[in-house]
Write a new protein. Structure first.
Length: 389
Protein backbone atom coordinates (compact mmCIF):
# COMPACT_ATOMS: atom_id res chain seq x y z
CA UNK A 1 0.00 0.00 0.00
CA UNK A 2 2.78 2.42 0.93
CA UNK A 3 4.54 1.59 -2.34
CA UNK A 4 1.39 2.41 -4.31
CA UNK A 5 0.99 5.78 -2.57
CA UNK A 6 4.64 6.66 -3.23
CA UNK A 7 4.30 5.63 -6.88
CA UNK A 8 1.18 7.80 -7.32
CA UNK A 9 2.87 10.82 -5.74
CA UNK A 10 5.92 10.38 -7.97
CA UNK A 11 3.73 10.15 -11.07
CA UNK A 12 1.96 13.43 -10.21
CA UNK A 13 5.33 15.15 -9.64
CA UNK A 14 6.74 13.94 -12.97
CA UNK A 15 3.57 14.95 -14.82
CA UNK A 16 3.68 18.46 -13.35
CA UNK A 17 7.32 18.86 -14.32
CA UNK A 18 6.64 17.78 -17.90
CA UNK A 19 4.03 20.54 -18.26
CA UNK A 20 6.52 23.27 -17.45
CA UNK A 21 8.93 24.74 -19.98
CA UNK A 22 12.60 24.80 -19.25
CA UNK A 23 13.58 27.75 -17.10
CA UNK A 24 10.87 27.63 -14.44
CA UNK A 25 7.13 27.77 -13.97
CA UNK A 26 4.64 28.22 -16.78
CA UNK A 27 4.76 31.95 -17.68
CA UNK A 28 1.66 34.03 -17.04
CA UNK A 29 1.58 34.80 -20.77
CA UNK A 30 0.00 31.46 -21.59
CA UNK A 31 -2.66 31.40 -18.88
CA UNK A 32 -5.50 32.13 -21.28
CA UNK A 33 -9.21 31.84 -21.87
CA UNK A 34 -9.31 28.73 -24.03
CA UNK A 35 -12.93 29.30 -25.02
CA UNK A 36 -12.34 32.56 -26.91
CA UNK A 37 -11.89 32.26 -30.64
CA UNK A 38 -11.72 34.18 -33.88
CA UNK A 39 -15.03 33.94 -35.77
CA UNK A 40 -16.04 35.07 -39.24
CA UNK A 41 -17.51 38.57 -39.12
CA UNK A 42 -15.50 39.76 -36.13
CA UNK A 43 -13.37 42.91 -36.39
CA UNK A 44 -10.41 43.79 -34.17
CA UNK A 45 -8.47 47.05 -33.92
CA UNK A 46 -4.86 47.67 -32.97
CA UNK A 47 -1.81 49.83 -33.66
CA UNK A 48 1.13 48.49 -35.61
CA UNK A 49 4.56 48.67 -34.02
CA UNK A 50 7.34 50.78 -35.47
CA UNK A 51 9.38 48.96 -38.13
CA UNK A 52 11.61 50.19 -40.95
CA UNK A 53 10.70 47.02 -42.85
CA UNK A 54 7.05 48.11 -43.27
CA UNK A 55 6.95 51.81 -44.24
CA UNK A 56 3.25 51.72 -45.16
CA UNK A 57 2.20 50.12 -41.88
CA UNK A 58 4.66 51.32 -39.23
CA UNK A 59 2.89 53.02 -36.34
CA UNK A 60 -0.47 52.97 -38.15
CA UNK A 61 -3.83 52.06 -36.64
CA UNK A 62 -5.19 48.91 -38.29
CA UNK A 63 -8.19 46.60 -38.41
CA UNK A 64 -8.35 42.82 -38.64
CA UNK A 65 -11.49 41.44 -40.30
CA UNK A 66 -12.04 37.70 -39.81
CA UNK A 67 -13.31 35.98 -42.95
CA UNK A 68 -14.80 32.51 -43.36
CA UNK A 69 -12.67 29.37 -43.18
CA UNK A 70 -9.92 30.90 -40.98
CA UNK A 71 -8.77 33.74 -43.22
CA UNK A 72 -8.15 37.30 -42.09
CA UNK A 73 -7.77 40.71 -43.69
CA UNK A 74 -5.23 43.01 -42.00
CA UNK A 75 -5.74 46.62 -43.15
CA UNK A 76 -4.47 50.02 -42.15
CA UNK A 77 -7.42 52.09 -40.95
CA UNK A 78 -7.29 54.22 -44.10
CA UNK A 79 -7.46 51.12 -46.32
CA UNK A 80 -4.23 51.94 -48.13
CA UNK A 81 -2.35 48.78 -47.09
CA UNK A 82 -4.15 45.42 -46.98
CA UNK A 83 -2.83 41.91 -46.33
CA UNK A 84 -4.79 38.65 -46.54
CA UNK A 85 -3.50 35.96 -44.18
CA UNK A 86 -4.37 32.41 -43.28
CA UNK A 87 -5.03 32.42 -39.54
CA UNK A 88 -5.09 29.22 -37.49
CA UNK A 89 -5.58 29.54 -33.74
CA UNK A 90 -6.09 27.40 -30.69
CA UNK A 91 -4.53 26.33 -27.39
CA UNK A 92 -3.04 29.75 -26.78
CA UNK A 93 -1.37 29.90 -30.19
CA UNK A 94 -1.94 31.85 -33.40
CA UNK A 95 -0.27 30.85 -36.69
CA UNK A 96 -0.17 33.30 -39.61
CA UNK A 97 0.94 33.03 -43.22
CA UNK A 98 0.38 35.80 -45.79
CA UNK A 99 -1.33 34.99 -49.08
CA UNK A 100 -1.85 38.34 -50.78
CA UNK A 101 -1.68 42.10 -50.36
CA UNK A 102 -2.22 45.58 -51.73
CA UNK A 103 0.34 46.86 -52.56
CA UNK A 104 2.09 43.67 -53.60
CA UNK A 105 5.17 44.48 -51.49
CA UNK A 106 3.18 44.58 -48.22
CA UNK A 107 2.95 40.82 -47.73
CA UNK A 108 5.49 38.32 -46.39
CA UNK A 109 6.37 36.06 -49.31
CA UNK A 110 7.58 32.49 -49.47
CA UNK A 111 4.96 31.16 -47.03
CA UNK A 112 6.98 32.51 -44.11
CA UNK A 113 5.00 31.60 -41.02
CA UNK A 114 4.59 33.62 -37.85
CA UNK A 115 3.80 31.97 -34.52
CA UNK A 116 2.33 33.99 -31.66
CA UNK A 117 1.18 33.22 -28.14
CA UNK A 118 -2.37 34.50 -27.60
CA UNK A 119 -3.81 35.70 -24.30
CA UNK A 120 -7.50 36.59 -24.28
CA UNK A 121 -9.34 38.89 -21.89
CA UNK A 122 -11.78 37.16 -19.56
CA UNK A 123 -14.74 38.36 -21.61
CA UNK A 124 -13.06 37.68 -24.99
CA UNK A 125 -13.11 41.41 -25.77
CA UNK A 126 -9.37 41.65 -26.44
CA UNK A 127 -6.37 39.47 -27.22
CA UNK A 128 -2.63 40.03 -26.77
CA UNK A 129 -0.27 38.51 -29.33
CA UNK A 130 3.35 37.92 -28.34
CA UNK A 131 5.82 36.49 -30.83
CA UNK A 132 7.08 32.97 -30.38
CA UNK A 133 8.84 33.32 -33.71
CA UNK A 134 8.20 35.02 -37.01
CA UNK A 135 10.17 34.25 -40.15
CA UNK A 136 9.13 37.58 -41.70
CA UNK A 137 10.86 40.73 -40.44
CA UNK A 138 8.08 42.95 -41.81
CA UNK A 139 5.29 41.24 -39.87
CA UNK A 140 7.47 40.48 -36.86
CA UNK A 141 8.32 44.16 -36.55
CA UNK A 142 4.77 45.49 -36.80
CA UNK A 143 2.93 42.87 -34.70
CA UNK A 144 4.63 43.96 -31.50
CA UNK A 145 5.17 47.11 -29.46
CA UNK A 146 8.90 47.11 -28.81
CA UNK A 147 9.34 43.81 -27.00
CA UNK A 148 5.82 43.93 -25.60
CA UNK A 149 2.77 42.07 -26.96
CA UNK A 150 0.50 43.82 -29.42
CA UNK A 151 -3.06 44.36 -28.24
CA UNK A 152 -6.10 43.70 -30.43
CA UNK A 153 -9.41 45.11 -29.19
CA UNK A 154 -12.61 43.45 -30.34
CA UNK A 155 -15.04 45.86 -32.01
CA UNK A 156 -18.60 44.81 -31.20
CA UNK A 157 -19.71 45.38 -34.75
CA UNK A 158 -23.43 45.49 -35.43
CA UNK A 159 -24.79 46.85 -38.68
CA UNK A 160 -28.10 48.62 -39.17
CA UNK A 161 -30.88 46.13 -39.93
CA UNK A 162 -32.48 48.30 -42.59
CA UNK A 163 -29.30 49.67 -44.15
CA UNK A 164 -29.29 50.60 -47.81
CA UNK A 165 -26.63 49.25 -50.17
CA UNK A 166 -24.87 52.63 -50.04
CA UNK A 167 -24.82 52.48 -46.23
CA UNK A 168 -23.40 48.96 -46.44
CA UNK A 169 -20.54 50.29 -48.54
CA UNK A 170 -19.84 53.13 -46.10
CA UNK A 171 -19.97 50.82 -43.04
CA UNK A 172 -18.12 47.97 -44.71
CA UNK A 173 -15.61 46.48 -42.25
CA UNK A 174 -16.74 43.06 -41.04
CA UNK A 175 -19.76 42.76 -43.28
CA UNK A 176 -20.42 39.19 -44.38
CA UNK A 177 -22.19 38.23 -47.59
CA UNK A 178 -23.29 34.93 -49.03
CA UNK A 179 -22.43 34.56 -52.70
CA UNK A 180 -24.32 32.36 -55.16
CA UNK A 181 -22.46 31.52 -58.36
CA UNK A 182 -24.11 31.01 -61.74
CA UNK A 183 -23.31 27.28 -61.68
CA UNK A 184 -25.37 26.78 -58.50
CA UNK A 185 -22.47 26.60 -56.03
CA UNK A 186 -22.05 29.04 -53.15
CA UNK A 187 -19.44 30.75 -51.00
CA UNK A 188 -18.85 33.64 -48.63
CA UNK A 189 -17.55 37.19 -48.93
CA UNK A 190 -15.99 39.18 -46.08
CA UNK A 191 -15.69 42.92 -46.58
CA UNK A 192 -12.84 45.03 -45.27
CA UNK A 193 -12.65 48.77 -44.69
CA UNK A 194 -13.32 51.14 -47.61
CA UNK A 195 -10.65 53.70 -48.44
CA UNK A 196 -11.37 57.43 -48.74
CA UNK A 197 -11.74 57.12 -52.53
CA UNK A 198 -14.29 54.30 -52.21
CA UNK A 199 -12.02 51.34 -52.94
CA UNK A 200 -13.29 48.25 -51.12
CA UNK A 201 -11.53 44.98 -50.30
CA UNK A 202 -13.00 41.48 -50.03
CA UNK A 203 -11.96 37.95 -49.14
CA UNK A 204 -13.93 35.39 -51.15
CA UNK A 205 -14.03 31.77 -50.03
CA UNK A 206 -15.75 29.40 -52.42
CA UNK A 207 -15.53 26.03 -54.17
CA UNK A 208 -12.81 27.26 -56.57
CA UNK A 209 -10.50 28.63 -53.89
CA UNK A 210 -9.87 31.70 -51.76
CA UNK A 211 -9.38 35.10 -53.38
CA UNK A 212 -8.53 38.58 -52.19
CA UNK A 213 -9.61 41.43 -54.46
CA UNK A 214 -10.31 45.14 -54.55
CA UNK A 215 -13.31 46.86 -56.14
CA UNK A 216 -12.75 50.36 -57.50
CA UNK A 217 -15.66 52.50 -58.73
CA UNK A 218 -15.26 53.94 -62.24
CA UNK A 219 -16.64 57.06 -63.85
CA UNK A 220 -19.52 54.96 -65.21
CA UNK A 221 -22.27 54.50 -62.62
CA UNK A 222 -22.55 50.93 -61.40
CA UNK A 223 -19.34 49.80 -63.15
CA UNK A 224 -16.39 48.64 -61.05
CA UNK A 225 -12.83 47.56 -61.74
CA UNK A 226 -11.78 44.36 -60.00
CA UNK A 227 -8.13 43.57 -59.26
CA UNK A 228 -6.81 40.47 -57.49
CA UNK A 229 -4.31 40.76 -54.66
CA UNK A 230 -3.71 37.08 -53.92
CA UNK A 231 -5.27 33.64 -53.77
CA UNK A 232 -4.99 30.17 -52.24
CA UNK A 233 -5.86 26.85 -53.91
CA UNK A 234 -6.06 28.70 -57.25
CA UNK A 235 -4.11 31.15 -59.40
CA UNK A 236 -5.07 34.79 -59.09
CA UNK A 237 -5.31 37.00 -62.16
CA UNK A 238 -2.20 39.04 -61.47
CA UNK A 239 -2.38 42.60 -62.78
CA UNK A 240 -5.25 41.86 -65.18
CA UNK A 241 -8.12 44.21 -64.37
CA UNK A 242 -11.70 43.05 -64.89
CA UNK A 243 -14.74 45.28 -65.29
CA UNK A 244 -18.14 44.31 -63.90
CA UNK A 245 -21.47 45.99 -63.35
CA UNK A 246 -22.99 45.61 -59.90
CA UNK A 247 -26.76 46.03 -59.80
CA UNK A 248 -28.34 46.52 -56.37
CA UNK A 249 -31.76 45.34 -55.27
CA UNK A 250 -33.41 47.24 -52.43
CA UNK A 251 -36.79 46.86 -50.78
CA UNK A 252 -39.49 49.54 -50.88
CA UNK A 253 -38.17 50.83 -47.54
CA UNK A 254 -34.64 51.10 -48.95
CA UNK A 255 -33.15 48.00 -47.28
CA UNK A 256 -30.36 46.41 -49.29
CA UNK A 257 -31.35 42.90 -50.32
CA UNK A 258 -28.81 41.74 -52.89
CA UNK A 259 -26.13 42.57 -55.45
CA UNK A 260 -25.86 41.10 -58.95
CA UNK A 261 -22.55 40.96 -60.85
CA UNK A 262 -22.42 40.99 -64.64
CA UNK A 263 -19.33 40.85 -66.85
CA UNK A 264 -18.34 43.92 -68.87
CA UNK A 265 -14.79 42.90 -69.79
CA UNK A 266 -12.24 40.60 -68.20
CA UNK A 267 -9.19 39.07 -69.88
CA UNK A 268 -8.87 36.63 -66.96
CA UNK A 269 -11.14 33.81 -68.14
CA UNK A 270 -11.17 31.93 -64.83
CA UNK A 271 -12.38 34.97 -62.89
CA UNK A 272 -14.96 35.85 -65.53
CA UNK A 273 -16.35 32.31 -65.41
CA UNK A 274 -16.52 32.49 -61.61
CA UNK A 275 -18.08 35.91 -61.09
CA UNK A 276 -20.24 36.58 -64.15
CA UNK A 277 -23.85 36.13 -63.06
CA UNK A 278 -23.01 35.76 -59.36
CA UNK A 279 -25.29 37.32 -56.73
CA UNK A 280 -24.59 38.17 -53.11
CA UNK A 281 -26.70 38.98 -50.05
CA UNK A 282 -25.88 40.45 -46.63
CA UNK A 283 -26.06 37.56 -44.14
CA UNK A 284 -25.15 38.79 -40.68
CA UNK A 285 -26.06 41.95 -38.79
CA UNK A 286 -23.82 41.31 -35.79
CA UNK A 287 -20.54 39.47 -35.37
CA UNK A 288 -20.77 36.17 -33.43
CA UNK A 289 -21.04 36.73 -29.66
CA UNK A 290 -18.17 36.09 -27.28
CA UNK A 291 -18.21 32.65 -25.73
CA UNK A 292 -18.18 31.83 -22.03
CA UNK A 293 -15.05 31.91 -19.93
CA UNK A 294 -12.97 28.77 -19.48
CA UNK A 295 -9.80 29.15 -17.42
CA UNK A 296 -6.81 26.93 -16.85
CA UNK A 297 -3.17 26.44 -17.71
CA UNK A 298 -2.36 25.20 -21.19
CA UNK A 299 -0.38 21.97 -21.45
CA UNK A 300 1.31 22.85 -24.74
CA UNK A 301 3.12 26.11 -24.12
CA UNK A 302 5.78 27.94 -26.12
CA UNK A 303 9.14 27.81 -24.43
CA UNK A 304 11.07 30.93 -23.40
CA UNK A 305 12.52 32.91 -26.24
CA UNK A 306 15.81 34.72 -26.82
CA UNK A 307 15.81 37.98 -28.76
CA UNK A 308 18.74 38.73 -31.06
CA UNK A 309 18.99 42.11 -32.71
CA UNK A 310 21.32 42.80 -35.61
CA UNK A 311 21.25 46.19 -37.30
CA UNK A 312 17.75 46.74 -36.00
CA UNK A 313 16.30 43.59 -37.55
CA UNK A 314 13.94 41.47 -35.50
CA UNK A 315 15.54 38.01 -35.37
CA UNK A 316 14.22 36.04 -32.40
CA UNK A 317 15.33 32.44 -31.90
CA UNK A 318 13.05 29.95 -30.23
CA UNK A 319 12.94 26.34 -29.17
CA UNK A 320 10.22 24.11 -30.54
CA UNK A 321 7.20 23.07 -28.53
CA UNK A 322 7.80 19.80 -26.71
CA UNK A 323 4.43 18.26 -27.48
CA UNK A 324 3.23 17.40 -30.97
CA UNK A 325 0.01 19.03 -32.12
CA UNK A 326 -2.36 18.44 -34.99
CA UNK A 327 -5.00 20.45 -36.81
CA UNK A 328 -8.37 19.46 -35.39
CA UNK A 329 -11.67 19.15 -37.23
CA UNK A 330 -12.60 22.74 -36.38
CA UNK A 331 -9.36 24.12 -37.78
CA UNK A 332 -7.72 24.57 -34.38
CA UNK A 333 -4.39 23.30 -33.12
CA UNK A 334 -5.04 20.50 -30.64
CA UNK A 335 -2.75 18.03 -28.86
CA UNK A 336 -1.99 14.92 -30.88
CA UNK A 337 -3.77 11.85 -29.50
CA UNK A 338 -2.92 8.20 -29.93
CA UNK A 339 -5.12 6.56 -32.52
CA UNK A 340 -5.71 9.79 -34.45
CA UNK A 341 -6.38 9.01 -38.10
CA UNK A 342 -4.33 11.24 -40.42
CA UNK A 343 -6.35 12.95 -43.12
CA UNK A 344 -4.36 16.13 -43.70
CA UNK A 345 -4.66 15.75 -47.47
CA UNK A 346 -8.43 15.69 -47.17
CA UNK A 347 -9.02 18.01 -44.21
CA UNK A 348 -9.23 21.77 -44.34
CA UNK A 349 -9.40 24.42 -41.67
CA UNK A 350 -12.95 25.62 -41.34
CA UNK A 351 -14.61 28.30 -39.31
CA UNK A 352 -16.69 27.06 -36.38
CA UNK A 353 -19.66 29.00 -35.16
CA UNK A 354 -20.68 29.50 -31.56
CA UNK A 355 -23.75 31.50 -32.52
CA UNK A 356 -27.16 29.85 -32.58
CA UNK A 357 -28.46 32.46 -35.01
CA UNK A 358 -29.31 31.14 -38.46
CA UNK A 359 -27.92 34.36 -39.90
CA UNK A 360 -24.35 33.55 -38.83
CA UNK A 361 -21.97 33.09 -41.75
CA UNK A 362 -19.71 30.64 -39.91
CA UNK A 363 -20.24 26.95 -40.48
CA UNK A 364 -18.62 23.75 -39.40
CA UNK A 365 -17.79 22.81 -42.98
CA UNK A 366 -15.44 24.58 -45.36
CA UNK A 367 -16.75 26.54 -48.34
CA UNK A 368 -13.70 25.38 -50.30
CA UNK A 369 -14.10 22.31 -52.50
CA UNK A 370 -12.10 19.29 -51.28
CA UNK A 371 -11.21 18.55 -54.90
CA UNK A 372 -8.96 21.62 -55.19
CA UNK A 373 -7.25 21.60 -51.78
CA UNK A 374 -3.62 20.46 -51.97
CA UNK A 375 -1.48 20.25 -48.86
CA UNK A 376 -1.81 23.60 -47.12
CA UNK A 377 1.57 25.41 -46.80
CA UNK A 378 0.81 26.20 -43.16
CA UNK A 379 0.14 22.54 -42.39
CA UNK A 380 3.30 21.52 -44.29
CA UNK A 381 5.36 23.90 -42.16
CA UNK A 382 3.82 22.67 -38.93
CA UNK A 383 4.43 19.04 -39.86
CA UNK A 384 8.03 19.76 -40.84
CA UNK A 385 8.64 21.16 -37.38
CA UNK A 386 6.80 18.26 -35.71
CA UNK A 387 4.18 20.58 -34.23
CA UNK A 388 1.48 18.47 -35.84
CA UNK A 389 1.61 14.95 -37.22
Amino acid sequence: MIALVLFAALSVLVSAQEKQPRGGAVPELVSANADCKFEAGQVYSGTYGVSAYAPGQTGQDFLVTIAADNYALFETADGNVRVMSRLVSGHGRVELVDLGSFPETAMCGGHRVGEYAAVWADDCSAVSLKAIKDLCSRRGGTLRTGDEPIELQRLHTCHAAGASCAENAADSAGRMYSIAYADGSSGMLASGVASADGVGAFVETGPRGVFMFQLTPTADAGVYELLDGGAQYADDCGDQVGKYTIAVDESASGKCRSYALALVDDKCAARAARLDGATSEPTMLCAPPSTGRVTGTLNNVPEHKVYMHHKGEYKPKFRQAKHAMRLGAAGLLVPHEDGHVHHHLEESSSSSSSSSSSSSSSSSSSHISADIRPMDPLIVRLEQQNLIR
